[in-house]
Design a protein. Structure first.
Length: 255
């Protein structure tokens, strides 16, 4: 089954609103929709929050653009942690944002298989014959958009035509490199922290793409739920920041 098919199956089972229970009740946990790149840290923070407050919190992951679309269509999300500002802006344009703050930053890197991967000195080297397949997150997915911006500014994007294999999100993109199905891939630095199957061949200059910011959104609902706001504040707390930092993220200082 392809990653694209799996994504659509996941979208089909995302719970829609209207179940009649409040977040944090026995009937329904708080729902955080979060970018795939935040998986381990967001799950840890949700578990810590539940342990401290006795309020159930569940995290659902995927590409930010797809998650935003699901929220627009009525998915039962209380909060949204996006890997780009565009997805949060999209929800704002639909009047679905009650509150918002920039939470995290990240960096782009080029990764290759740990054993036998090509040596790269610049993005232009991806056009060499030694790189037959380049893994990028699909267009519209934040990691894919940042990567294409960087390749374009480096004058290398047109040379990649016919070489690109698309991942439904950044983790699927990384898997192409880990499995040897791609000779190189562009992912977030946080995705490869401690991964022995790949190595970072090149760090991408941040000036080549839009700033990588992760906005945290409190979803607008008919009534403000105390538990959802409490989780919103917890995700921006010092305890949560420490978890994110250990995962390699930059943390935006609270104003």
């Amino acid at each position: 089954m392809t990653p694209r098919v799996l994504t659509w199956l996941w979208l089909a089972v995302v719970p829609l609103s209207g179940c009649g229970s409040r977040p944090g009740d026995a009937g329904r946990p708080l729902m955080l929709f979060a970018a795939a790149s935040t998986k381990e840290s967001a799950e840890q923070i949700a578990a810590d929050f539940q342990a401290e407050t006795d309020v159930r919190a569940v995290v659902s992951f995927g590409p930010s653009s797809g998650l935003a679309k699901q929220i627009e269509l009525g998915a039962d999300a209380d909060l949204f942690l996006s890997a780009d500002e565009a997805s949060a802006n999209y929800l704002a344009s639909k009047a679905l944002v009650a509150e918002r703050r920039d939470l995290l930053t990240n960096r782009l890197v080029v990764v290759v298989p740990a054993k036998g991967g090509p040596e790269l000195k610049g993005l232009g080297d991806l056009a060499r014959s030694g790189v037959k397949r380049l893994a990028l997150a699909e267009a519209g997915v934040p990691a894919g958009e940042y990567a294409r911006q960087a390749l374009s500014k480096a004058g290398a994007l047109d040379q990649m035509k016919g070489k690109v294999v698309g991942g439904t999100d950044v983790r699927a993109t990384l898997q192409f490199v880990r499995s040897g199905e791609a000779d190189a891939g562009i992912v977030y630095a946080t995705d490869v922290l401690g991964d022995s199957a790949v190595r970072v061949a090149l760090e991408i200059d941040a000036s080549l793409h839009d700033p990588i910011r992760y906005p945290l959104v409190l979803i607008r609902r008919e009534a403000t739920h105390t538990a959802a706001r409490r989780f919103y504040e917890y995700l921006a707390s010092a305890k949560a920041a420490e978890v994110f930092r250990r995962a390699g993220f930059g943390v935006v200082p609270r104003e």
